[in-house]
Design a protein around this ligand. Structure first.
Ligand code: PNS
Length: 163
């Protein structure tokens, strides 16, 4: 049984994340999408950990070998806890590389048995990020196609609530 792990903050999950999750799911018997609490990232996540997990659960319900789990520990500790031997990250433009390289090196140092592998984003999603989606939505722009329908609605509700 080969189990992979796809970690991130997913605030919120985007079509780019979902493309990586779907492609990673074909490489493993099981894939755990690990959703980090990340309380300090960018002034704190917009969506709660439960909301972020629910968005991913709905959007991946057709992928029978994918499960979604929140975590608030070191990623490596969580990978060991769920018995995942490979961490899968999406890589977009070169700007991602330095940060991802650093995390992969540190994670290797913490546990050399757990491999980090990268899946390249497809050109359509190369410049897509959760932060860009939130910024577009905050100004009332369309995020159609960039995030699942459920996330679009949640972003619209947040905007309406904050006005
Ligand atoms: O969505 P992101 O910001 O790219 O995800 C980053 C994440 C959650 C994978 C990373 O911050 C992480 O692994 N957090 C858990 C704490 C940890 O293990 N930190 C050390 C990584 S070197």
């Amino acid at each position: 049984m080969k189990r992979g792990m796809c970690p991130g903050t997913f605030d919120p999950v985007t079509s780019g994340h979902l493309d990586i999750i779907e492609r990673a799911s074909t490489l493993f018997d099981e894939l755990v999408v690990a959703v980090a609490y990340s309380p300090d990232k960018g002034g704190g996540p917009l969506f709660s950990i439960d909301e972020r997990c629910e968005f991913i659960e709905s959007a991946t319900s057709h992928l029978t070998n994918v499960s979604v789990r929140p975590f608030d520990t070191l990623l490596i500790e969580f990978a060991i806890e769920v018995d995942a031997s490979v961490i899968i990250k999406g890589l977009r433009a070169v700007t991602d590389f330095e940060r991802e390289f650093q995390m992969a090196q540190l994670n290797y140092r913490l546990s050399p048995d757990i491999e980090t592998m990268f899946i390249m984003a497809i050109p359509e999603f190369m410049y897509l990020s959760s932060s860009a989606v939130k910024e577009i939505a905050r100004h009332g722009g369309s995020v159609g196609g960039l995030v699942p329908e459920e996330v679009q609605q949640a972003l619209a509700r947040r905007r309406a609530g904050s006005r």
